[in-house]
Design a protein around this ligand. Structure first.
Ligand SMILES: *[C@@H]1O[C@H](CO)[C@@H](O)[C@H](O)[C@H]1NC(C)=O
Ligand SMILES: *[C@@H]1O[C@H](CO)[C@@H](O)[C@H](O)[C@H]1NC(C)=O
Length: 688
């Protein structure tokens, strides 16, 4: 199927292709990228009655579970409004993560009854969510809560750049809803996550790394809890050392989570003294007490003055691969635990509980599951910060790249190299079944795709090949028999491929003849005891961009460099602080800008509150090739990566796929919460 450019090139990994002629159109085009797993799961927000948990150990019936969101897009991180009659939640339904509200159906109207169908219709209309915030600026808006008077919406926003690399942009904002006036409550230069408004509305607590910033940690985000005035962010004081995800039981009691030195996430209670005098601010917590014992993970607590003595938490217990919501009754001498979601949906992950102010319900989000499974979108439109310049799409697959007529996308699946029609009309087929890496289409030979094949994360001595796969000259021909055909061969043009090889013992870049492989000529482009990788040739032929750790070999930090194909002009284009990770550069159609993935903006939410993302700091950015004008394109707490940029302009609408709905909703939880996989069955990831 695939023609090997040479039988055994050692440890080739990345590569990319080229042409000696200037490329096609230079208009803005389209940027596509991958978000780890995101296309394959979709959350909705649900609620169960709190009462059964409180009064007895009887399990709530599945029928009592109420779906609070409408099954469109991904809906998560819910919270109730002070009246308990409406829901606040985060949704990506319009291409950026914004905050919406919708009414909460009453339990009665959702119960069984003769007029159920009519009621459901009415409910659906009534449930239509309304955005609470304007669309601009494009930013992650997360963790909504309202002040008791309903006037101020308090939330996290990533609208303001942090000002330096590897600092989170997450900051608490408050918007006065009647006037739309927004105020930043977090001081400039500092990040805040997971805000919670106190029952009186006067104070807001948030988790903050403070001045120490972010050191790349994911499993246990290093934060302390600060308390400040909700009105203007003043009186900011450190309330609790080492903690995250605060929640108020009353104006003097906070619950929070912390990963303790024994390795378990646990939930804690702190009594704090909050004074609003002339000089007095918030004093440090008077007492801190661990509520949940070691032996299982408990995190993301939720309390409410309407449910005194109760705390809802998410847990991972030995013997279960799933996160479940439990309610802890802390009012007695010994804490009592009540399972909330396990009896209803034992084999699903449930996230980030919240309690209604009237004490009636516990809410959470989970995958909407098989009954409501949607086919994943092939191309999901994401709001572009420069819509006139380029459209922006999430693609359901890794290393997506467009053919030059824009009609097809090559991508890497698990495992193999695939192509699919970019208009959603199907044509999905696997054209190579091995483990493949980045994809690049030949600029000249129609239907020829280059990739490299071999094991993941291979060492220098592992054999990896660069291969060229030809789709055949008939664009509509799906017959794999034709894969060997080489279409439109233009013999007069010299074509080269740049790739990475570990043949010298180090991963450096080489250039070889694209048609004849090494036999047609090969030369070394970079040389040194470090790794150069993920290379991309500019459409005008002048530059090769690549990622390298040459500034600190072997330390795991990568930056983006450029070099002329003749080996001159080497320079570093973008670097995300000393330990930073910046990778996967790809040139714009006019060769003047690079799109890439980076940890430049650190994490945007506490990683434990999300499904598993290896690198939740991965966001897509662009930069001018002279290193100026760095711009953030994606704002989320997911892992975004492997962008590519095509001159083909795709209009900013979602493109569905002609696949049956998967409905499986299978995705990984954070591997570091795994319990049973640990050798002694007890300790979790930290002590491996
Ligand atoms: C999406 O946002 C646009 C404004 O950018 C707005 O006009 C449109 O109504 C929104 N769509 C939905 C479904 O909310
Ligand atoms: C190397 O290539 C660059 C870009 O094409 C060109 O400007 C430069 O003159 C070349 N240098 C040498 C020594 O050939």
């Amino acid at each position: 199927m695939a023609r090997r450019l040479r039988a055994t090139l050692f440890s080739l990994f990345l590569f990319l292709l080229v042409a000696t002629e200037p490329a096609l159109a230079t208009s803005g085009g389209t940027i596509v990228f991958t978000t780890l797993g995101r296309s394959r799961y979709a959350f909705d927000i649900f609620a169960l009655p709190l009462a059964p948990q409180r009064s007895s150990s009887s399990s709530p019936a599945a029928a009592a579970e109420l779906r609070l969101t409408d099954g469109a897009s991904v809906n998560y991180n819910g919270n109730f409004a002070p009246s308990s009659a409406s829901l606040l939640f985060v949704s990506e339904r319009n291409g950026s993560l914004n905050i919406y509200t919708s009414p909460v159906p009453s339990a009665a109207s959702s119960g069984p009854g003769a007029r159920r169908e009519a009621l459901e219709l009415e409910l659906e209309e009534a449930m239509a969510p309304a955005p609470l915030l304007p669309w601009d600026p494009i930013a992650l808006k997360d963790r909504p809560s309202l002040t008791p008077d309903g006037a101020h919406l308090v939330y996290v926003s990533t609208a303001d750049p942090a000002g330096s690399p590897r600092r989170s942009w997450a900051a608490v904002h408050a918007t006065h809803l009647p006037s739309g006036v927004t105020r930043r409550l977090t001081p400039r230069g500092v990040a805040d996550f997971s805000p919670a408004v106190s029952p009186s509305g006067e104070w807001t607590a948030a988790a903050s790394p403070g001045a120490r910033g972010w050191a790349g940690e994911v499993e246990d985000l290093a934060t302390d809890i600060y308390v400040f005035k909700t009105s203007d962010g003043s009186r900011r004081a450190l309330a609790i050392h080492d903690g995250g995800w605060p929640t108020w039981a009353d104006d003097a009691t906070l619950y929070f989570h912390r990963r303790d030195s024994d390795g378990w996430y646990g939930v804690y209670r702190a009594e704090i003294s909050v004074a609003d005098g002339d000089d007095a601010g918030v004093s440090v917590a008077a007492s801190v007490e661990r509520i949940t014992p070691p032996g299982f993970h408990a995190f993301t607590p939720a309390a409410s003055p309407g449910a005194p003595g109760l705390v809802a938490v998410a847990t991972r217990r030995p013997g279960s691969d799933y996160r479940h919501i439990e309610v802890i009754d802390v009012s007695g001498d010994a804490n009592a635990y009540f399972q909330v979601t396990k009896p209803v949906a034992p084999r699903a992950h449930h996230y980030n509980p919240f309690l209604s102010p009237d004490g009636a319900r516990v809410g959470y989000h989970r995958c909407r599951g098989s009954g409501n499974g949607d086919a994943p979108l092939l191309l999901e439109n994401i709001k572009s910060p420069a819509p006139d310049a380029f459209s922006l799409f999430r693609f359901d697959g890794s290393y997506p790249s467009f053919s030059h007529d824009g009609k097809r996308i090559a991508f890497v699946g698990l495992p193999g190299l695939f192509v699919v029609n970019s208009d959603g009309s199907g044509g999905r087929r696997r054209i190579f079944s091995g483990n493949a890496f980045p994809t690049a289409w030949d600029w000249k030979r129609k239907g020829v795709i280059y990739t490299s094949i071999g094991p993941d994360f291979a060492s220098e001595s592992t054999e990896v090949d660069v291969v060229a796969v030809s789709l055949g000259d008939d664009d509509d021909d799906d017959d794999p028999q034709h894969l060997h055909q080489e279409a439109h061969r233009e013999r007069h043009e010299q074509r080269w491929v740049v790739f990475r090889s570990g043949r010298s013992g180090h991963k450096n870049l080489y250039i070889m003849d694209a048609e004849h492989g090494e036999a047609g000529g090969i030369r070394r482009l970079t040389e040194g005891p470090w790794s150069d990788t993920m290379c991309n040739w500019s459409p005008d032929g002048e530059w090769i961009a690549f990622a390298s750790d040459r500034h600190n070999p072997g330390a795991g930090s990568f930056a983006i460099y450029m070099v002329h194909p003749n080996g001159t002009g080497l320079r570093r284009v973008v670097h995300s602080a000393d330990a930073g990770r910046t990778n996967h550069p790809w040139f714009s159609p006019d060769s003047k800008t690079l799109v890439f993935t980076t940890d430049y903006a650190a994490v945007s939410a506490e990683p434990i509150s999300n499904p598993h993302h290896y690198q939740p700091y991965g966001e897509i950015f662009t930069v001018n090739i002279d290193g100026s004008g760095i711009r953030r394109l994606t704002h989320n707490s997911f892992e975004d990566g492997t962008p590519s940029w095509t001159p083909y302009y795709l209009k900013p609408d979602d493109v569905g796929e002609t696949l049956p709905a998967s409905g499986t909703c299978e995705f990984e939880d954070c591997h570091w919460l795994n319990i049973d996989a640990q050798p002694d069955g007890l300790m979790c990831g930290r002590h491996r």
